[in-house]
Design a protein around this ligand. Structure first.
Ligand code: ADP
Length: 508
């Protein structure tokens, strides 16, 4: 079986890539476990040496990488560069700068009962991490979890999306060029059957990015063997504009956040809520900004093609459903006029959209922006939270106190004030969702630690012949009572505390 890499912008077949034979799943795991014993045995500094080379290789190959991503997805080269390649390099830099601090043993306090001992937390790699990634940001969403897992000493099997196999191959080649030891990262090519076979191959951790539907299938399969997971799923992100916002900036921001990557973004602006008093003006601005966008493939184009033909059909279905329920096109083309054999879809702005339309409820993942008015702050919060998702949100106001107040009430993994989407580009911030948007977080120091067992370590120097709470219990009950009550009670009684402490110690 082969995967055919097709340029979605032209329909041109680019290359055939051999699918991984499901019969080889066990060999992948055996290779990975063998590589794990060597890779996890290296010091962190030794591992970071490979990351330094990977960063250099990627920085030098940025143009090649961006062009490959663009060819494989149909997104314009600027989207590929800014939103896929650059954040990936930043995340390698984050690992280089922060892995040591994040993954070294952390000394913690030791409580009264454990007097005289030392406590710390250690981070131990889990083993083989399976990363399953989607097609919309095929580089970043595969490489960031892979790199984070590798930093902690894990080995990785990556199963990239079958829709973007060229990028999967490119990732394999980037790790080879950086000189990573054999089998530390292996790439398995194929679709859901291959993904499913690898899930059933019992990895030690699964990091999945993709649809809610597949996320639930994977979570169920993982539960069978109690395999821990991180699930990064969809979004239906709200974008709230108050009347006092910088409307010019908000409109430009909304158009970018809604249409970047042709709207195929889990954290794009997907539901715009605008304060009623400025609604007509804001819609005019959105129309103007949207109409100025250039569709195409070159470096100067703003919007590329959609990536996956099936997704265009979902967008069509959502738009027709909204129109049937009375929604109005402010700009854009009726699906009847879309070119059948092209994945280029003109960006659309719609108003008069009922709240129960599919376009307001389900993930559309395409270049369409529904705009809805609101009257009060409470209503804006209610509308924004009225969704099964909770990945990202955006609040626009010149009153930062109000923006912070609203942000605090949004059930969302992230909120960006007077900007949108970009929280994902700060590797110091956690990334992940609430509700159906997923389980767990990555990025930041915890994004390195999730791939490790957190091991609690208590160290005693072993000098005393026994501990105060060991046998025999005779006579200890009242002394423990007095010790704790004199210390934790309403008023400290140091005399009683030291007296009971010394009596307990004397028993040793
Ligand atoms: P998207 O449409 O965003 O790509 P999917 O959830 O369909 O979302 O796919 C995301 C990734 O999950 C892809 O790499 C795909 O091949 C893989 N996948 C799909 N179904 C399964 C499955 N049942 N088990 C494992 N992986 C799967």
């Amino acid at each position: 079986m082969v995967l055919v890499a097709v340029n979605p912008a032209t329909g041109e077949r680019i290359e055939e890539i051999e699918e991984t034979d499901i019969g080889k799943v066990q060999t992948f795991y055996e290779n990975s476990r063998r590589a794990f014993s060597r890779w996890s045995g290296l010091s962190l500094d030794e591992r970071l040496g490979y990351f330094r080379r990977l960063k250099k290789v990627m920085a030098e190959a940025m143009d090649e990488i961006a062009k490959t991503v663009s060819l494989d997805t149909g997104k314009v080269p600027t989207d590929a560069l800014v939103s896929d390649v650059m954040p990936t390099i930043e995340s390698i830099e984050f690992v280089l700068k922060h892995a040591k601090k994040s993954l070294s043993p952390q000394k913690v306090k030791t409580p009264l009962l454990l007097f005289g001992k030392t406590s710390c937390v250690e981070y131990m790699p889990r083993g083989v991490v399976l990363v399953i990634s989607p097609w919309n940001y095929p580089l970043q969403l595969a490489m960031v979890p892979a790199v984070s897992a590798l930093a902690g000493g894990n080995t990785v099997i990556l199963k990239p999306s079958e829709v973007t196999p060229l990028v999967g191959k490119l990732i394999e080649s980037l790790f080879q060029r950086a000189g990573f030891p054999e089998h530390v990262l292996q790439v398995a090519h194929g679709g859901k059957e291959v993904g499913s076979a690898f899930v059933n191959g019992k990895p030690d951790y699964i990091f999945f990015t993709g649809s809610v539907k597949t996320g639930k299938i994977i979570q169920k399969a993982a539960a069978e063997h109690l395999i821990p997971t991180t699930l990064e799923l969809g979004g239906k992100d709200p974008f709230i504009v108050f009347a006092d916002a910088n409307l010019e900036r908000a409109a430009k921001g909304a158009v970018w956040a809604a249409f970047t990557n042709c709207g195929q973004v889990c954290m794009s602006a997907e539901r715009i809520f605008v304060e009623k008093s400025v609604f007509p003006e804001f819609v005019e601005r959105l129309k103007e900004e949207t109409r100025s966008l250039v569709l195409g493939q070159g470096e100067d184009a703003d919007i590329g093609s959609m990536t996956f033909p099936g997704q265009k059909e979902i967008v069509r279905e959502h738009v027709l459903d909204a129109l049937a329920r009375g929604a109005k096109f402010e700009t854009g083309e009726h699906p009847d006029r879309w070119t059948e054999d092209s994945l280029f879809v003109k960006p659309m702005v719609m108003t008069n959209v009922p709240l129960d339309a599919k376009i307001m409820k389900e993930e559309t993942f395409g270049p369409v922006l529904p705009v809805v008015p609101f009257e009060t702050e409470e209503e804006a919060v209610k509308l924004a939270n009225d969704t099964e998702y909770g990945l990202n949100a955006s609040v626009w106001s010149n009153d930062l106190e109000r923006a912070r107040r609203v942000a605090a009430k949004l059930v969302s993994g992230a909120v960006v004030i007077n900007d949108a989407v970009i929280s994902v580009a700060n590797p110091h911030l956690p990334f992940g969702g609430a509700k159906n948007s997923g389980i767990g977080r990555y990025h930041g120091k915890d994004g390195l630690r999730i791939f490790c067992h957190e091991k609690a370590l208590v160290i005693d120097r072993g000098r005393l012949k026994r501990e105060v709470q060991w046998y025999p219990y005779k006579g200890t009950y009242p002394l423990f009572l007095r010790l704790f009550q004199s210390y934790f009670g309403e008023r400290k009684n140091w005399f009683a505390f030291f007296q009971s402490f010394l009596r307990l110690m004397k028993r040793n």
